[in-house]
Design a protein around this ligand. Structure first.
Ligand code: NOJ
Length: 738
């Protein structure tokens, strides 16, 4: 029948799984024609979802011809069985297909959007969320997720800031590792693990003016110190695949960028997995002005080191000729094919190509009660209490009447956010309304939608204002629609959209002395400069996922104490963007003792400071930091020192606190950021309890790329602080000695 199974019979022992993968791959490759090898580098989409422009592909035909190695957006036991059967039974070699899908923050059970997840600062929870996602996705035939997105972004205008871990490199590195571990588990041959993909390589999050797919110009120092490290962290965690990006970087599109793909990823980092292009990103080398036609684009893509062409039709059509004409080295095709086959081997697909296709698993895995319970816990831990004047929150369940107002109160559709994979947008997610109904009797609840997210019809204002007047407390549930963040969803205006801000104002005017709580769903930092003066409390719940409504109610009524902290800065207005905590000082910083001094690096209309800083997040309790200690004033290049602080819960609730360590390298051969996160710990303290939190600092933590792109440390003075957020002034320092 097909050659692959004949080989298994002939080669017997050669295929025993204790043998090393590479030899197995080599032996099958020795049977493959050049076109069959190229076939492995081709990916097309199925019809289960659409995540980019429509590109027609005759899937059955290409599979049969051996012209397809992988598919995206193809899933379900039935769907993948039909396709896999064609690959196994109707092709010469019977090489199994790889099925990939965007499993970004959950597959069926949806967790908060990734920016929200990062705000938990809880690596264990993040790993658990991606483990559950892998369980559910693999039960529906999926082998591979296009996640995690590890792009650092300091750009709230960019819609995809919602998919990342925020602006900080230290935290993003840890989070990248947690996702990879969760998706891939510790044994890829188990059918409940899937390949992860570090994307979008690289610097996509620095798109000019926050416009998606836009140009990036960046010095190599910034690239290496800020944007590359989370990708390196993913490699260190064993990530199996990478995705090249849409953007150009310093004039060279990243899907045709030999420097980033070969010199750094393969030669410096020794990455052994494969690189897939983003959706038609090789074709896009043409409009970028980097390839003259499709043939040229295929040549550039493969030569640069993109192993698999997603949706592009270019490798399938042109690579063979390009090799025959000597324009692409056959060694590159062999290398790409080998890497892709290796991934299939690691998943165990050569052992059993149908191992992810199991009807019983498919029927029993999704939305398991324990997954939903986790999702509820994680959604609560990811929410950030931005403001809580006069302890407006938590609300008492004895409140006589609470008015719930806003277009997102009863929403079950937007609440799971963008890139919500196969999460059901109807009938599964719990709305905030359903969540609060667990806590209140129906006669305590008043409800009015008030307005839509984007339409400017004010006809619902009257009812909203009227119920607000009858209530003892008011909760507004407002924000963005899920399509307002994610891919191709950049905004130039960071205000809460539509006429929602107007409704907030009217409700405050009608209720000058009443408690008003704003619950926000959104995928990016917003400009809340007006709202902070109009409402008492602001609870940022992002798009919290399937159990988001329940988790929000848990927080509103104090069943759970908020503990998330921002991983991205909230500006005062869009004119401050880009704004991030670890900026440079400039030659003219604003003097502490004379903030109004002229000719300094400031604005004349708003302060330099943001509205909410990186690391900010309140709790229903309060924490006191005291007794900072350094084990020594001197750190030697081969040694370590310890910094510690006592944290005490001084308030009336038990709660979690995210304790943050910051360091400032005062003088460098290249200037260093004013402060950099170098450690954190999330601790739990009962009322009145104290804990000593200790961080160990070694030279590794102080290294950076200098102007010669050497990674190292420079002796000198370093400031240090342990703080509840990035808003503090340094008081302590140590010296790094040779
Ligand atoms: C384009 C997006 O940029 C990428 O993140 C995604 O994985 C692919 N489309 C596939 O859907």
């Amino acid at each position: 029948r097909n050659l692959f199974f004949i080989i298994i019979i002939f080669c017997g022992g050669l295929f025993s799984f204790s043998q090393n993968y590479k030899a197995k791959v080599d032996s099958i490759m020795s049977l493959m024609t050049l076109q069959e090898k190229i076939g492995q580098t081709v990916m097309y989409g199925g019809s289960w979802d659409q995540t980019g422009p429509i590109v027609g592909a005759d899937n059955g035909k290409y599979i049969r011809e051996g012209n397809m190695g992988a598919m995206l957006n193809a899933m379900s036991v039935k769907g993948t069985l039909d396709l896999q059967k064609v690959a196994i039974e109707e092709t010469r070699l019977g090489i199994p297909l790889l099925f990939g899908y965007d499993v970004i923050h959950g597959h069926r059970t949806i967790f908060p959007i990734n920016l929200g997840l990062s705000a938990s600062w809880d690596l264990k929870m993040i790993e658990e969320s991606s483990r559950i996602a892998a369980e559910e996705a693999s039960a529906e035939g999926i082998h591979w997720t296009f996640a995690p997105m590890v792009d650092i972004s300091r750009e709230p205008r960019w819609g995809r800031i919602s998919e990342g871990a925020g602006e900080d490199v230290f935290l993003a590195n840890k989070i990248a590792k947690a996702y990879v571990k969760g998706f891939q588990g510790d044994d890829l041959s188990k059918p409940n693990t899937i390949l992860a993909c570090a994307k979008h390589y690289v610097a996509y999050g620095a798109a000019q003016a926050g416009r998606d797919y836009h140009t990036v110009n960046m010095g190599e120092g910034e690239l290496r110190n800020v944007y590359l490290p989370p990708f390196k962290a993913a490699v260190d965690a064993g990530v199996e695949t990478f995705m090249s990006a849409f953007n150009e970087l310093n004039g060279v599109p990243t899907s045709g960028n030999k420097f980033t793909l070969r010199d750094i990823l393969r030669d410096e980092w020794n990455f052994e997995g494969f690189v897939v292009s983003d959706y038609t990103s090789i074709n896009e080398l043409i409009p970028h002005g980097f390839a003259k036609d499709s043939i040229d684009a295929a040549r550039i893509g493969m030569n640069a080191g993109v192993d698999m062409d997603m949706m592009g039709h270019l490798y399938r059509k042109f690579l063979k000729n390009l090799v025959e004409e000597g324009k692409v080295s056959e060694a590159y095709i062999n290398d790409a094919c080998r890497r892709i086959l290796l991934a299939k081997y690691k998943l165990g697909l050569f052992d059993d190509p149908y191992r992810y296709i199991n009807e019983e698993r498919e029927n029993t895995t999704k939305y398991k009660p324990e997954f939903l319970a986790k999702a509820r816990e994680i959604a609560a831990a990811s929410s950030v209490l931005l403001q809580n004047n006069n302890e407006a929150l938590p609300l008492s369940t004895n409140t006589k009447k609470i008015a719930f107002i806003g277009p997102l109160v009863k929403d079950e559709y937007d609440i799971i956010g963008n890139w919500a994979a196969k999460g059901d947008r109807q009938g599964k997610a719990l709305s905030v309304f359903e969540g609060i109904s667990e806590y209140l009797n129906s006669d305590q609840i008043l409800y009015a939608k008030g307005c839509d997210i984007l339409k400017d019809d004010e006809s619902g204002f009257g009812e909203a204002i009227s119920i607000s007047k009858q209530a003892d407390a008011i909760v507004l549930v407002m924000g963005e629609g899920h399509h307002m963040s994610g891919e191709a969803a950049s905004r130039t205006n960071l205000k809460i959209p539509g006429i929602q801000p107007k409704l907030i104002k009217k409700i405050r005017e009608a209720n000058p002395n009443k408690k008003i709580i704003l619950v926000l769903m959104n995928g990016r930092p917003l400009n809340l400069s007006d709202e902070v003066n109009l409402v008492d409390a602001i609870l940022e719940i992002w798009f919290p996922g399937t159990m988001g409504g329940a988790a929000t109610a848990d927080l509103l009524f104090g069943e759970v104490n908020p503990s998330g902290k921002l991983t991205v800065t909230f500006p005062r207005n869009v004119g401050q963007v880009p704004i991030y905590y670890n900026m440079k000082n400039t030659g003219r910083p604003i003097p502490d003792n004379n903030p109004k001094e002229d000719y300094k690096s400031n604005y004349i209309d708003v302060p330099n400071s943001p509205l909410f800083v990186f690391g900010h997040g309140l709790s229903y309790t309060t924490f006191k930091y005291s007794d900072f200690k350094l084990s020594s004033q001197n750190l030697y290049t081969n040694g370590t020192i310890q910094a510690s602080v006592t944290v005490t819960n001084t308030g009336n609730y038990d709660g979690h606190e995210i304790v943050q360590l910051y360091i400032h390298d005062k003088v460098g051969s290249v200037t260093r950021p004013v402060k950099e996160l170098k450690g954190f710990e999330k601790i739990f303290l009962k009322q009145g309890e104290s804990k000593i939190v200790t961080f160990e600092i070694s030279v590794e933590d102080l290294k950076f790329y200098n102007s010669e792109m050497k990674f190292g440390v420079e002796p000198g003075e370093f400031e240090i602080a342990i703080a509840p957020s990035s808003d503090f002034r340094f008081k302590h320092s140590f010296n790094l000695l040779d």
